[in-house]
Design a binder for this molecule. Structure first.
Ligand SMILES: Cc1cc2nc3c(=O)[nH]c(=O)nc-3n(C[C@H](O)[C@H](O)[C@H](O)COP(=O)(O)OP(=O)(O)OC[C@H]3O[C@@H](n4cnc5c(N)ncnc54)[C@H](O)[C@@H]3O)c2cc1C
Length: 396
């Protein structure tokens, strides 16, 4: 087992950190206050290659292997103070591009991936609905076959990137209305601008405010059958086989954020004096910092393991579920600890630590809540009915 980064990975990490510090998140306080999507920073990410890191070169990407992609995303999260921008990038990559990469036809990849890498086409993942959150099999958006097209009707809620996006991966019901079987769902590539599709509202959020979030209304939206991902009825299996990317790679930036918070806390523990000495000299403060480091290193280890598994083309459902729970909850604890170490300086807006805490709190909810992940984990370990209980079919 080799835990050393390769020279190429070390260079990638260093260059990404330098790029992110130099070019991203300069006006994060104002952008957060105004819930403004940083379109210029998005274009900078595209120019640096971020939006095509895991995409093969023939579609305009950088062709990074999964482990190197994980390392690069961690570096982005470390160098970029705008967690919402990093989250928007992750939704684009792991909520949309990865579906094309793993299940798209050659024609679909060639049509959409180049402009996604260039940042001109922003991707989003449209799954959640007003009445379907964790319980994905209860979703109501329908896709009715009509000749060589499908007609979509329904509402999607809480969709990250939606107000800025041009391409959605949409999960819709092609089976019977009340059929909870897994083959009742299908996945579609849906572009904005189609008649009947509109963003019916935007959501203001506690954190990650620079990632826009919206609701999408489908009112007899006619989508060409060639935009079906995989075959009809394969939506659920496409989703479950792809979600392990989202539940791990999406959280690499959070490890970077944890390192940023750790460094800020060490600096403050050494410079802030009370009772005649640096506050780091008090065990209560020092132990908080030690715990931050423990969480950081363990979070990094589990994510790199998923990166390695995916590089070896292996299934990583169990490890990515552990990663999703551990990294997201660790970031919340670390952001909370950073606020505590900084006292009132952690609570007021200026140093940005309260924003870090607000940003962190979404992690245990999106991409499947912590409670549901623990149920999935228990089921993977052989505990029958741990997640779905009396209901038929798992959540996400
Ligand atoms: C920042 C953010 C970004 C998001 N972006 C997207 C996006 O881009 N696309 C998208 O489709 N969705 C997105 N979502 C929605 C997200 O996927 C859902 O919030 C999530 O799946 C949970 O659904 P829900 O909020 O409806 O909660 P519910 O499912 O209503 O759950 C409410 C509570 O009940 C608990 N619960 C529910 N079922 C169980 C169970 N079986 N066992 C134990 N506890 C259970 C949950 O853990 C939770 O505590 C986003 C959410 C957030 C916060």
């Amino acid at each position: 087992m080799d835990f050393e980064l390769t020279p190429e990975q070390r260079t990638l990490r260093a260059e990404t950190i330098a790029f992110a510090r130099r070019e991203l998140g300069k006006d994060i306080a104002e952008a957060d206050r105004d819930s403004r999507f940083p379109a210029e920073d998005w274009a900078r990410c595209a120019a640096f290659g971020v939006l095509g890191w895991p995409v093969p070169a023939r579609y305009g990407g950088r062709d990074l292997d999964p482990l190197s992609t994980m390392i690069a995303l961690e570096a982005l999260g470390y160098g970029c103070a705008d967690n919402g921008l990093v989250f928007a990038v992750n939704n684009h990559l792991w909520g949309c591009a990865i579906y094309l990469l793993t299940h798209g036809t050659e024609q679909q990849k060639a049509r959409y991936l180049p402009s996604m890498c260039e940042g001109r086409l922003i991707g989003a993942h449209a799954l959640s609905e007003p009445d379907a959150g964790s319980d994905i099999l209860s979703l109501r958006t329908t896709a009715r076959r009509d000749g060589d097209r499908y007609v979509l009707n329904g509402t999607k809620w809480f969709i990250s990137n939606a107000p800025a996006a041009g391409l959605f991966v949409v999960l819709a019901r092609t089976g019977h209305d009340h059929n909870r079987t897994q083959d009742s769902l299908s996945a579609f590539l849906v572009t904005t601008g189609l008649p009947g599709l509109h963003i019916s509202r935007t959501f203001t959020k506690m954190g990650l405010r620079t990632t826009p979030m919206g609701a999408i209304e489908f009112d007899d939206v006619s989508v060409p059958a060639e935009n079906l991902l995989g075959r009809e009825g394969a939506g659920y299996s496409i989703f479950t086989s792809t979600i392990e990317w989202e539940r791990s790679f999406m959280f690499a930036g959070q490890v970077g954020a944890m390192e940023r918070l750790l460094e800020a806390s060490i600096e403050h523990a050494n410079s802030r004096r009370q009772f005649g000495r640096p506050i780091g000299g008090f065990q209560a403060v020092a132990h908080r910092i030690a715990d931050m480091k423990i969480r950081l290193e363990l979070a990094r280890l589990i994510l790199y393991r998923v990166g390695w598994l995916k590089r070896e083309s292996r299934i990583a459902l169990l490890d990515s579920t552990i990663a999703k729970i551990f990294v997201s909850e660790s970031l919340v604890q670390t952001a909370m600890a950073a606020v505590e170490v900084h006292g009132a300086r952690g609570y007021v807006t200026d140093p940005g630590l309260e924003r870090e805490l607000r940003d962190a709190l979404g992690g245990p909810i999106f991409a499947g809540t912590s409670a549901v992940q623990r149920g999935i984990l228990a089921e993977l370990l052989g505990v029958r009915g741990a997640l779905s209980g009396e209901f038929s079919g798992p959540g996400w």
